[in-house]
Design a protein around this ligand. Structure first.
Ligand SMILES: Cc1cc2nc3c(=O)[nH]c(=O)nc-3n(C[C@H](O)[C@H](O)[C@H](O)COP(=O)(O)O)c2cc1C
Length: 356
């Protein structure tokens, strides 16, 4: 979760509980501005190294990074993460049709880091597999399949967000089917990780039953003591009501799910247009047309200045009632998962005795 919501603190706490902790790479050079006033791209690389090393010092568990393909320095950041021996690189906000240019081809093929593109359809998964097959004779290790209930940027047309055929439960079997020929050809499993609106242990059980090998959860982990955002950011998730959640048009060029506030209302009236851009952090952003600077807005939100920014959040944010710790949250998910599994198996046994 960027900017600065999931850093070494949250990622290592999750990894210590047996999950894969994910550090958001977006805007790291702004989150920890380097002392020598270096170019922000150099700052991003330095801060990423520091963040990965801090996480590693706090856990022996699995750590990944999330890098947006739309970032202008996506290649350098992917290379840095790989040099630091990161376990996973999750690639969002675009289709990683080819490897990051900064990483040499031989290295890419021999890479131990698991590379996991984030997709929202079977079509996207197929396009990536075909392209990697063509260019590198390889396929990804896994996909995150993000459905329309996710927080942040969404890989769907606004008009499709609520249609039944675009819900995660319907998309998951389609993606699993689409990657089967590639799994067979390369004789390796390609895991699918379901994301977007996964709230309880029962939800995790449901998506594993539908064929996912894991789930990615974001919003629930904002309301934890270990989350790296300011208290005001985290508390806004606890205070959130269903009607606060809206879909915005992000300057990234995608719709996004966020919590409505005075800042978003102001920029929706065209009152937040940037007059200059010293960074050009996003390939897809033209500051002369952007309604506001999303990097600045998300950075302000991360530091708790919610009047100058806004909070991205998943569709189930309003269900969160209190702040908790990562171990408590993980324990409750496990208890709920086991109880859903027990119920499912008892029901199956009952059905068998009835029909035998
Ligand atoms: C505050 C926030 C920031 C996010 N930032 C990113 C991001 O930088 N990159 C990305 O790929 N996904 C991002 N997401 C999406 C999440 O990684 C995740 O897939 C999704 O929100 C899962 O749904 P959930 O929030 O209902 O659990 C963000 C989500 C939230 C809530």
């Amino acid at each position: 979760m960027g900017v600065g919501i999931s850093l070494a603190g949250l990622a290592s706490a999750v990894a210590n509980q047996g999950g894969i902790g994910v550090i958001s790479v977006t805007g790291l050079g702004f989150v920890h501005p380097p002392v020598n006033n270096v170019h922000f791209k150099v700052g991003n690389v330095l801060s990423l190294r520091k963040e990965i090393q801090t996480a590693r010092a706090q856990t022996k568990g699995l750590i990944g990074v999330n890098i947006l393909i739309a970032l202008t320095d996506y290649g350098e950041l992917a290379q840095t993460a790989w040099e630091e021996g990161i376990d996973f690189i999750f690639m969002g906000a675009g289709l990683p049709i080819q490897k990051p240019e900064a990483i040499p081809e031989e290295t890419w093929k021999a890479i131990l880091t698991k590379v996991v593109p984030i997709v929202s359809s079977d079509r996207a998964a197929r396009i990536i597999c075909r392209n990697w097959q063509k260019h590198y004779n390889m396929v990804p290790d896994a996909f995150v399949l993000e459905g329309p209930l996710a927080g942040g940027h969404l890989g769907f047309h606004k008009a499709h967000l609520e249609l039944p055929e675009y819900q995660l439960e319907r998309l998951l079997p389609e993606v699993i089917e689409a990657i089967k020929p590639f799994e067979e050809k390369y004789q390796k499993p390609i895991s699918v990780i379901a994301a977007g609106g996964v709230y309880s242990g029962a939800d995790i059980f449901k998506f594993l039953q539908l064929g996912a090998q894991g789930v990615q959860m974001a919003t629930r982990f904002i309301a934890t003591h270990e989350c790296d955002a300011a208290e005001a950011f985290k508390q806004s998730i606890v205070d959130c009501k269903k009607e606060d959640l809206i879909i915005i048009d992000s300057p990234v060029g995608l719709p996004g799910r966020a919590m409505n506030n005075a800042f978003l209302q102001t920029v929706s009236k065209g009152l937040g247009q940037p007059t200059k851009c010293p960074w050009k952090c996003l390939q897809t952003c033209d500051f002369t047309k952007a309604p506001y600077c999303i990097a600045k807005a998300l950075l302000s939100a991360h530091t708790g200045e919610l009047d100058k920014g806004f909070v991205f959040s998943g569709a189930n944010a309003y269900r969160i009632e209190k702040m908790t710790s990562v171990p408590e949250l993980m324990d409750s998910l496990i208890v709920e998962y086991r109880s859903a599994a027990d119920y499912f198996h008892k029901k199956q046994d009952w059905y068998k005795t009835k029909t035998s």
